[in-house]
Design a protein around this ligand. Structure first.
Ligand code: TXA
Ligand code: MG
Length: 533
């Protein structure tokens, strides 16, 4: 292939027009999207599509995604169904790709001979503007060399494709950072073929049900039939061999420490960075948005360190964790180290949300239950060490020689500083005792911990679930349960967290605003579909 000058363009109005012209003339332009950069060509130009495969070194049997900027373009390329319209309404523009029956107008080069086509409407304003300026839908895979980590900045694109394509629009770093969710909506049950920021659970909430294809992150094989050709290839891989450590964040850090030497690169959660000199931070262990946003950049950075091996902390996998973990498993091939034999499910949420219903369900499914409030109460009875510490800080609560929990509760109720101090003193004792009890178990466990993240006890968990209901419903439930007025109940809730707070941290959030039966059905769907036990 002849080398050409690749223009690096800011997304100004003039440059967007230039990009549109290059594309309608059959050229190739890399465009920013909210997920990763895409290498675009006009969907109606077969030769241009062929040049995409050539520039990326992409196998011809791996089809491209068609990008549109308005819903009217959808039926130029496929036969949408009712499920597709419902998902489009919920998630477009955004990181969701749908597989639909293709129209004859779309070349077999783009769909690799399949009878279906992949379509998405990205949300990045520069992507939408370029599609509009080109005046045609754009076929675009990720703008990396085939098999390498996807590009999340213009610099990554230039690194892989400078001299091979006509232009790159520099739209800064990609907000999401991993490729879109791919969902096949041609059948009766929508099926996720590639996990992304739109989770299986989010799709199930719109369509009533959804499943993840079991091959979505199966070991890569180039043999046998797969529902999505991309599943066959070892994707997203750095050149340096990489090993993935799976389990609870604390067990993972301990296991990685055993393999660490100065010759290795390390990608580890923020909480454990200090254990590994020179480590790259993946963000907090619960922060799935950060893991997605950073994963490809970190793989490229670690690869550039010239080390002999890359050791990687694997995020928790269920729900919101699935996308980053899927990419990491593919980047590491078969090199996965599992720590901890059993699942530990952390359940959290405000009072009245339904934590106990969920905990009871998981108990019936075979989990041992550990209740942090109860462990705390037992430590108050039995732990001289914890009582010594508390006595120094809260002498008034020990007026009768023993801790009077009601006096202590009254003292901290309206004093935030004291409350934080008490929690800071007791949480390590409760966490240590919980960890001790967990290590004695011979099966999975569920931890019922109101302050799961504040206490750091989420680090003992292989999955976290937040249960939430609206303020109004929580207040009604607490009032009915504890014989309070709704105003009194609302006051108790004033310091509690919002749904978003839980959604930002937990792999799974279950809304419980409706009937008990609805809640039960949601729990059942999640336990059946997500890898939590
Ligand atoms: O976020 C994204 O989806 C990015 C940006 C640029 O939009 N694009 C992207 O494209 O990731 P690419 O080509 O790297 O991945 C497309 C995936 C592949 O795994 C491919 O096998 C699958 O979609 N795919 C495409 N057409 C398909 C079809 N008709 N049936 C099943 N899978 C299909
Ligand atoms: Mg790709």
């Amino acid at each position: 292939m002849t080398e050409k000058k690749t223009l690096l363009l800011e997304p100004t109005e003039k440059n967007i027009k230039t990009a549109g012209r290059i594309l309608s003339d059959g050229g190739l332009v890399a465009i920013p999207t909210e997920t990763v950069y895409g290498l675009a060509a006009s969907v109606w130009n077969e030769d241009a599509a062929a040049r995409i495969f050539e520039a990326k070194g992409r196998p011809g049997d791996n089809p491209l995604i068609v990008h549109i900027c308005e819903l009217d373009q959808l039926d130029q390329i496929c036969f949408p169904n009712w499920n597709a319209y419902k998902l489009a309404k919920a998630f477009w523009p955004g990181p969701l790709t749908m597989i639909l029956p293709k129209k004859d107008s779309v070349s077999a080069r783009i769909t690799a001979g399949l009878s279906t086509v992949a379509v998405r409407m990205p949300s990045h304003p520069a992507a939408l503007a370029v599609i509009k300026a080109a005046g045609v839908p754009l076929a675009a895979p990720s703008a990396n060399l085939s098999g390498k980590p996807s590009p999340t900045s213009a610099e990554h694109v230039m690194h892989d494709l400078d001299g091979k394509i006509d232009a790159v629009i520099d739209g800064g770093r990609c907000e999401v950072g991993v490729e879109s969710t791919v969902v096949d909506v041609t059948g009766s049950v929508p099926t996720v073929l590639r996990p992304g920021a739109v989770t299986r659970q989010m799709i199930a909430e719109v369509l009533g049900s959804a499943q993840t294809d079991k091959r979505a992150d199966a070991a890569v094989t180039e043999k046998g039939a797969v529902p999505s050709p991309g599943m066959k290839y070892r994707h997203y891989a750095p050149n340096t061999p990489a090993r993935l450590f799976c389990g609870s964040p604390s067990a993972v850090a301990a296991e990685m420490a055993k393999s660490f030497t100065e010759k290795k690169s390390v990608i580890v959660f923020e909480e454990y960075v200090k254990m590994f000199p020179g480590a790259l931070s993946f963000g907090k262990s619960w922060d799935h948005a950060a893991h997605e946003e950073r994963v490809y950049d970190l793989l490229r950075k670690a690869d550039g360190q010239g080390s002999e091996e890359i050791l990687i902390s694997c995020p928790r996998e269920a729900g919101a964790g699935a996308a980053a973990v899927n990419r990491l498993k593919r980047a590491c091939g078969q090199r996965v180290v599992k720590t901890g034999a059993f699942a530990v499910i952390g359940v959290t949420g405000p009072s009245g949300s339904g934590k106990s219903t969920l905990t009871a369900y998981l108990r019936a499914a075979g989990c041992a239950v550990m209740d942090a409030d109860r462990i705390y109460a037992e430590l108050v009875e039995n732990s001289a060490e914890m009582n010594d510490a508390l006595k120094k800080a809260f002498p008034a609560a020990y007026a009768n020689g023993r801790l009077d929990r009601r006096v202590l509760a009254a003292e901290i109720f309206s004093d935030r500083k004291k409350r934080l101090m008490l929690n800071g003193m007791t949480h390590p004792f409760v966490a240590r005792e919980t960890e001790r009890r967990l290590s004695a178990l011979s099966g999975p466990a569920v931890l019922d911990v109101p302050l799961l993240f504040e206490s750091g006890m989420d680090r003992l968990c292989t999955c976290t679930i937040g249960v939430y209901a609206s303020r109004k419903i929580l207040a009604e439930r607490i009032a009915a349960r504890d014989g309070l007025t709704e105003e009194q109940a609302a006051l108790r809730l004033s310091a509690s967290r919002t749904r978003k707070w839980y959604a930002d941290r937990c792999e799974i959030v279950i809304g419980n605003n409706g009937t008990e039966q609805d809640f039960y059905n949601r729990i059942e769907d999640i336990v059946k579909q997500e890898k939590i036990i």
